[in-house]
Design a protein around this ligand. Structure first.
Ligand code: GDP
Length: 689
């Protein structure tokens, strides 16, 4: 059956898309977004109802005007609502899991639930309302509809892009008169060898004019594709790692993620990662089903696999646009570009070319002849040669600008990428570039940024943690706990996921969200995702190697690994109940007796001892007694055996030890050593009781 997209229908009817979505919800059509396609029959019903209401509202307005009473409310004509449906009103069946924009979708679904409840309370007795009754209750709905059209609805609609950092965020809200439409920014992600690079090359080469054969070889880090007067910006570094690394720094520039899946290979681990990284960023997803030219291509199998990961293809009643293509032969490429344009149109992206400059660094490197070179995407304002700019701790005057084809330009308008030469240092990707009035101001701001960076590094960033969860809940700072699950096998990953989600039944104050479930060891990409999404990583029968642990420690990302599911569940329960605060315990280490005392000019006094029980370790706390009386308390500051520093000496070995500048040792003194250890608190389980 023919389908029509929600936003196209809204446009046709002169309605705001949110109003139409609300109206559709009343018709029982749920789990749809602006980009969803609804069947023609539903669209026809909506058109009819709108026409009837408009006519009715108009008649009433005229009658009211004639009666010279209050002036007619124009909104009734301009923004008609849809009345209660007949029982037989067509319903589009959509599976419960639509995932292109999870948060926005959820928000809306909750809102609709509330609205439905309110409606139900006011429902006329005597069975389901007939169309005419619904029409009579039009006025009642108008007020509610009007409310939804207010700022709150605007905010909900902005849910897809709300996560952007303040300055480089896509501008929402009232569009100033001088605003211009800007192209969407698209990132290509997917499993290795599924054709990301080939796709980007193919897209770029559609722009090559005849005679320029050989393709565009100079990449600045972003490309622009224009068709039918509409432009799309593609980021040239494919993959979700770069995407999430930028997001982890607070900059998200991607408006649409294209997930490339080879039709002959299907959904692979990195495909799942890419899907989950895009979902965590609330970026709409388009699936490019690549390599359709190969005999082994099996699109239905891939769609089935996508379904398992929460992406329901449109043709199966869902929201995910799946476009079969061959990056090699060019098949389906136009269709892909058309669909990207449709999704972009839904997002109504605009920027203000006269606003203060805000540009985001996409990538940057040091060039041996030109110095630091950065590719930036201008989000707002206009960047021109000669501008004094600051970009994190780098600053300078823009000496040269190049467009995506490498052509020198004088200025870059909002929405477009360019290569910038003239900075004092190589900025990090994700850094935001701003303009200042003078080189002096640029230096001062760069120094201030450097100072803030140092302070941030010292104080640490706000990250999620299981430990401390209770306090955070009490303090009202945590409502949701994002979790990334990595396990040794799919079965166990899913078992852990459903067990953790099952805890939500028990928790009142905190909600566990699993934002990514994957198989394999914990990787740096998981750490990045955790950082970007303020999540903790739970490993089940998998480990993180030393480099990953170090990266996690640097970024203060919490990794917890378990061998048994119930231990993970206990920890989560304990954390929510405030029982997971670590306990610091004093543990007995060992005893020693001083045999001989050496005076060494550099160190002071060294006690030559025999360990009589247990062991001694550097940094251990010691109590020294003589004839049963305590004569000294301190720490072991040096522990040696045969002139070598050692980390432990066990009974009955001999060793030399020093404690700060304590010099009062005597042969025969007794030493008792203890150590402070931090113990993770464990709950007693039923099986242990
Ligand atoms: P990436 O790792 O995702 O960037 O994958 P590449 O773009 O490097 O492609 C991997 C391999 O798949 C290369 O040998 C490409 O030539 C091949 N390839 C990419 N797209 C297609 C396609 O549509 N059809 C066929 N037959 N091969 C393709």
């Amino acid at each position: 059956m023919a389908k029509v997209r929600v936003f196209s229908l809204a446009k046709e009817l002169g309605l705001q898309t949110d109003a139409l979505l609300a109206a559709l919800a009343r018709l029982g059509v749920e789990n749809v977004t602006k980009a969803s396609a609804i069947d023609e029959e539903t669209a026809a019903t909506v058109r009819e109802l709108i026409a009837e209401q408009a006519a009715k509202a108009k008649a009433e307005a005229e009658a009211a005007a004639a009666a010279a009473e209050a002036p007619p409310a124009p909104v009734e004509v301009e923004q008609p609502a849809v009345a209660e449906p007949e029982e037989a009103a067509p319903v589009v069946e959509t599976p419960a899991t639509t995932a292109a924009a999870p948060a926005a979708g959820r928000g809306r679904a909750r809102g609709d639930e509330r609205e439905r409840k309110e409606e139900d309370e006011g429902r006329l007795p005597g069975g389901p309302p007939r169309l005419t009754q619904g029409m009579m209750r039009l006025e009642e709905h108008l007020a509610a509809l009007q409310e939804r059209l207010g700022p709150q609805a605007e905010e909900e609609a902005g849910g897809l892009v709300r996560a952007l950092p303040d300055i480089a965020r896509r501008t929402r809200g009232n569009r100033p008169p001088n605003a211009v439409d800007v192209p969407p920014v698209v990132t290509v992600m997917g499993h290795i060898d599924h054709g990301k690079t080939t796709l980007l090359d193919a897209l770029r080469n559609t722009q090559v004019a005849a005679g320029e054969a050989g393709g565009i070889t100079q990449h600045i880090g972003a490309s622009e594709i224009s068709r039918d007067g509409r432009t799309i910006v593609f980021l040239d570094t494919p993959g979700h790692a770069a995407f999430t690394a930028m997001r982890a720094r607070g900059a998200q520039v991607t408006d649409i993620a294209v997930i490339v899946v080879a039709a002959d290979d299907g959904v692979m681990p990195q495909t799942v990662e890419a899907i989950n990284h895009a979902k965590a960023a609330e970026v709409p997803i388009v699936v490019a089903l690549n390599k359709m030219d190969l005999p082994g291509a099996n699109p239905d199998r891939v769609k089935q696999q996508l379904l398992e990961h929460g992406l329901v293809p449109e043709e199966w009643g869902g929201d995910t646009i799946v476009v079969p293509i061959s990056a090699l032969t060019g098949e389906g490429m136009d269709d892909l570009v058309d669909n990207l344009n449709i999704l972009a149109e839904v997002q109504e992206l605009w920027a203000d070319p006269e606003a203060d400059l805000a540009a985001v660094v996409v990538e940057a490197q040091l060039d041996s002849s030109q110095g630091p070179v950065a590719t930036v995407l201008v989000r707002n304002g206009t960047l021109s040669v000669g501008d004094c700019v600051v970009c994190g701790t780098a600053h300078g005057r823009v000496r040269r600008l190049r467009d995506w084809r490498g052509k020198s330009i004088k200025s870059v308008p909002a929405g477009h990428p360019a290569e910038v030469v003239g900075l004092s240092a190589v900025p990090d990707s994700g850094e935001v570039m701003v303009r200042v009035a003078s080189p002096k101001e640029a230096r001062a701001l760069a120094e201030q940024n450097a100072q803030e960076l140092r302070e941030r590094e010292l104080s640490g960033t706000e990250t999620a943690a299981l430990r401390g969860l209770y306090e955070a809940i009490q303090g009202g700072t945590v409502k949701e706990l994002n979790v990334i699950i990595k396990a040794d096998a799919w079965g166990s990953a899913q078992a852990l996921e459903s067990s953790l989600l099952g805890l939500n039944e028990l928790f009142d104050e905190v909600r566990i969200n699993v934002i990514h479930t994957g198989v394999g060891h914990i990787s740096e990409s998981d750490v990045l995702l955790a950082l970007a999404s303020k999540a903790i990583i739970v490993g089940f029968q998998v480990e993180a190697d030393a480099m990953v642990r170090q990266a996690a420690a640097n970024e203060r990302v919490e990794i917890r690994t378990y061998q048994v599911i119930y231990e993970a569940l206990e920890d989560f329960q304990a954390a929510a109940a405030g029982l997971l605060e670590p306990i610091v315990e004093t543990r007995d280490l060992g005893d020693a007796e001083v045999l001989q005392v050496f005076r060494i000019s550099r160190i002071g006094a060294v006690a030559g001892c025999r360990v009589t029980a247990g062991e001694l370790r550097p940094n251990a706390d010691i109590v020294v007694t003589r004839d049963g009386e305590e004569i000294y308390r301190g720490k072991i500051t040096s522990l040696r055996r045969f002139d070598n520093d050692v980390s432990v000496v066990e009974a009955p070995s001999e060793c030399g030890l020093a404690s700060g500048d304590f010099r009062g040792w005597r042969p025969g003194d007794r030493i008792h050593a203890t150590m402070q250890v931090t113990v993770e608190r464990k709950l007693q389980t039923q099986s242990q009781r």
